[in-house]
Design a protein around this ligand. Sequence first.
Ligand code: CUA
Length: 348
Amino acid sequence: MPKVSRWRTKALLVALFLFSALLLIACQKTTSTPQSIFGGKGDHAREIQSLFVPIIWIAGVVFVFVEGLLIFALFRFRAKAGQAKPAQIHGNTKLELVWTIIPILLLAGIAVPTLSQIHKFAQPAGPGALTIKVTAHQWWWQFEYPEEKIVTANELHIPVGRQVNVLLESADVIHSFWVPQLAGKQDVIPTHTNRRVFTALEVGTYLGQCAEFCGLSHANMHLRVMAQTPEDYDAWLKAQQAPAPAPTTELAIQGKELFSRSACIGCHTVESVPAARGKIGPNLSHIGSRTTIAAGMLDNTPESMAKWLKDPAAVKPNMGTMPGYSMPNMNLSDGQINVLVAFLESLK
Ligand code: CUA
């Protein structure tokens, strides 16, 4: 083998090795990848997977076969020194028919189950479904349960085994509602209501993510779906419907007093504070009962609440002073933050 050719073969092998290594990195157990589409825990996600897996196998076989032929031809029919010009032909009708008809049959075969699934996904929810109005904001999610008369944010509680009828609206730009373990993506478009109907099949907390670029903190627009047993869901619902307990500690009482005369009330609703009926930011009536704050960016602890109030943009980058773009910095003193945290955490 000439020197140059050997060098090329080696380079090709290294490239192939790196490429396969890159492919293998993507293979992980779903336990460490909570936003994996595989091993779905919702009917919708499982149906998508039942389509995706056979299609990826068909595509894989086609890819290996076609690329294999190509690589074989590249090496087998290389021009050699002193070789005469090969016979010049114009097309091959038989071959061309074969490689046109086979893809048509494959695509038609894939289209049948795909179209029937699309049709199925477009069906309205059945009777007894739990309707939740989801409003996407830059950069958080509002969940309103119209029949149950509660409003919460970023953590969606649903009962396992009951169909959920999610109505999606946007307060500003285009977002996309995506909880990979439960259901496929659905765009959230201003001035238009989209729908996503699904049923959670197993108890668990499922991570979701806005899946349409919507500005600076798009990647920080998380949501969580807490799929609970019907009993746990009912208990959660009752607690949300009831007023939050009145603050008992001196700090929390001062916090409530400060909150009710601060700019916070212009953006946030807190049922127990009559003046606080703002709608721009998340409803905080039961903020203390959530597991996370700042659209899932921080665990809900007094320390992270203080960090969030001190400098929201340091946690979730925003457009600073532009209204409607995430939490502004209220320039609160440490003392003010201290009492506000005590009050907010008391809102169980
Ligand atoms: Cu909302 Cu991306």
